[in-house]
Ligand binder design. Sequence first.
Ligand code: AMP
Ligand code: MG
Length: 459
Amino acid sequence: MPTAHAHSHNRHDHKGMPKIPGWLTVEQALERILSCVSPLPAEQRPLLESLGQVLAADIRAPLDVPPHANSSMDGYAVQWESVRHASARRPARLRVTGTLAAGQAPSGAVAPGTAIRIMTGAPIPPGADTVVPFEYTDELARAQRGEPVAREVAVVAAPPSRGANIREAGEDIARGTTVLHAGTVLRPAEIGVLASLGMIAAPVIRRPVVAILSTGDELAEAPAPLAPGQIYNSNSFTIAASVLRYGGIPRVLGVARDTLDSLRAKIAEGLSADMLITTAGVSRGDYDIVKDVLMQQGEISFWTVRMKPAKPLAFGALQTQGPDGKTRRVPHLGLPGNPVSSLVAFEQFGRPAILKMLGKRSFAKPVIRAVLEDDIVNTDERRVYARVSVTLRDGVACARLTGPQGSGVLTSMAKADGLAICPEDTPVLRAGETADIQMLDWPEDRFADPLRPTRGGAS
Ligand code: AMP
Ligand code: MG
């Protein structure tokens, strides 16, 4: 576990100061957090509920997909020898002996000079080696003449190649092969692959339960009216929604007052979770009380991270007894109280911790380069995460500040789709310069395929 960092400096005297020993970089803080969380055990989940989760085992195919050779076109199943010399001038005439729809089993075989009318997905009857699509025959012409079901079909065009329009058994997945590997994130396509094997559940790494606790005497819970001096608790909601969004199961514990008893009781409620996230109470002014309680439960470190917003951060491990009587360590992430700070810090530290518990291997948000349309000023050598909205202008990504950047201005996050990063050692990034943008979302309305205009053009 990391050791506690002593706050020897006042929180207001850092302006213009160089790097302060003991401050952590974002990477150092993240590394310490990730070293304390591990992937969770596996469980079986119904297929649809496993969306976004990580496969816990290799999947071997118990059957061929498709299970039988079948037609990829509507047409006639034939022996290629019967049609190989067909042409418009000298069509091959075949006797039609039956019809096969998808889902039917073949009842007869194809012999030289005969054909079975076959629909897409229907099994290839014995004897046939090729499917002649309707387009190669007089099928359409006969239909236009209003003739009933064909007794005889004429292959009028050049014949297809031998074996054409047949999907072989096992063409997609051969029985016995490993079709998906442990560690794969299940998207709709993978879930469909599992369904095609007849599976109804998948072995996946279980989702972490994340307990969320807001602390502060000023916090009111809607729908109760606000008393003088109160604000509504928003952090519980932004953090719970974030946990849900990234695959965790939020368990909202509500609000703890700034008293030992209240905190102790609420934290005890969170101990059965896989992780506890608290907000507020980590800045110099009031961390003592949180610290007192957490020290009794386990270890806690209060960090100063070289980032803006979200400089103060706490991280620790709470000790508790699991159902098996063994000691469990529950990682605890203490986010700052300011709504923007807590959300930005969650994105940098909480999200990766959840992804690691989910068994994912890549934790970084996507980063793009964009041209800034505003200056970003860095006053004290921290890494600045500026809230920006990103637009494609003639194919070039451009980023504009979403307005006032105070760490209490939560609407600056609501308007943002990315965080523009001004590095620690860069005093200012000017408008016109290019910056890394950590994308919080992908703004589909502004990043839509330019070949398919969604505005002003044909729909
Ligand atoms: P603190 O970290 O306790 O100093 O809180 C910093 C700021 O964040 C204060 O203005 C608090 O009122 C505000 N704050 C703390 N917790 C919440 C919360 N759950 N929802 C909204 N604002 C909060
Ligand atoms: Mg407070």
